[in-house]
Design a protein around this ligand. Structure first.
Ligand code: PLP
Length: 301
């Protein structure tokens, strides 16, 4: 037997580590059939997990909100994630942990009878904006598609209910924008496919939506950085009009940190170039990766 090639990534599927290209789940798992799953994504940068504890805590909380049991403690989840990274040898990675409903016994449609499953994988680091977009700033469209209300699917539990985000993204791409932010149906923006949104408004205050969003770990990091820099911050509903009239705007995501936005709905944000507050927050975000308070080195062995 040839040795498995984990160089493109490694996955943990029902007790086995397999190369990413061979990782598959049973077609009857409700994680697939019903998007009935909770997940989280932590990154590895230069050989260390960034804010691992925060991601584990949010994963466990997401599972609890959806009445899913990953069947593992945070320490056991960590061991699986680290093994996926170690096998792949990746120094910069996108590392996902997933709990699915699994499936109930044949004939039963009672989710309480389902045997929940745990999966994980590590693949090369994912950027939600390419290098050119990161340099010039993203062109963002405010979608007419409202985000699924949190009263229906709790946005604080990281989940795969993405049809609103995907349809919104398709509309934005068709219109020539780079990405999309969805609203709450009442004139405020909430979040986009894989990111939270911020602006530095006309008064110079950093604003990010309070509700109807995943409480991003990058969003939390940005808020902590802003506090440490003494920047004025408001976490509250963000009207689309305020975003359009802002001095600066950016996205926050584990897929690239602080990502500048220089156009909203085709019009320049402020003077249309990446702003100084955005740059400062982005630089500090990457500097914080060196801080032992936030980084957990991977034991590659
Ligand atoms: N909002 C949604 C819907 C997301 O999927 C994500 C991340 O994937 C975020 C926000 C940002 O969260 P984080 O900063 O933890 O990556």
């Amino acid at each position: 037997m040839s040795t498995p090639d984990f160089s493109q990534g490694a996955a943990y599927v029902r007790g086995r580590y397999v190369p990413i290209g061979e990782a598959a789940i049973p077609i009857t798992d409700w994680g697939f059939l019903r998007s009935d799953a909770a997940y989280d994504v932590v990154t590895v940068w230069e050989g260390a997990f960034f804010r691992l504890d925060a991601h584990l805590e949010r994963f466990m909380a997401s599972c609890a909100r959806f009445r899913l049991d990953p069947g593992r403690t945070a320490a056991q989840v960590t061991a699986v994630l680290e093994e996926c990274v170690r096998l792949s040898g990746l120094r910069s990675a996108y590392v996902e942990m997933i709990a699915t409903r699994g499936q109930p016994p044949w004939g039963s449609r009672d989710p309480r009878q389902a045997v929940n499953q745990f999966y994980a994988f590590a693949v090369p680091y994912v950027w939600i904006a390419n290098e050119a977009q990161r340099e010039r700033g993203l062109h963002l469209q405010v979608s007419a598609v409202p985000r699924i209300p949190s009263a229906s699917v709790d946005a604080r539990a990281k989940n795969y209910h993405w049809n609103d985000l995907t349809m919104g993204l398709l509309g934005a791409l068709d219109a020539g924008a780079d990405t999309v932010v969805l609203g709450d149906g009442a004139g405020h923006v909430v979040e986009g496919p894989g990111f939270n949104v911020f602006c530095v408004n006309a008064q110079g205050v950093l604003v990010t939506p309070a509700a109807g969003v995943l409480e991003g770990i990058t969003r939390r990091t940005v808020l902590e950085i802003a506090q440490s820099l003494g920047l004025p911050v408001e976490v509250r509903a963000l009207p689309a009009a305020e975003l359009r009239g802002a001095r600066e705007a950016f996205l926050s995501s584990s897929g690239g940190g602080v990502l500048p936005v220089t156009r909203v709905d085709g019009a320049p944000v402020g003077d249309g170039v990446v702003g100084p507050v955005t740059r400062r927050l982005a630089d500090t975000y990457w500097a914080w990766h060196q801080d032992p308070r936030h980084s957990t080195p991977v034991r590659y062995g």
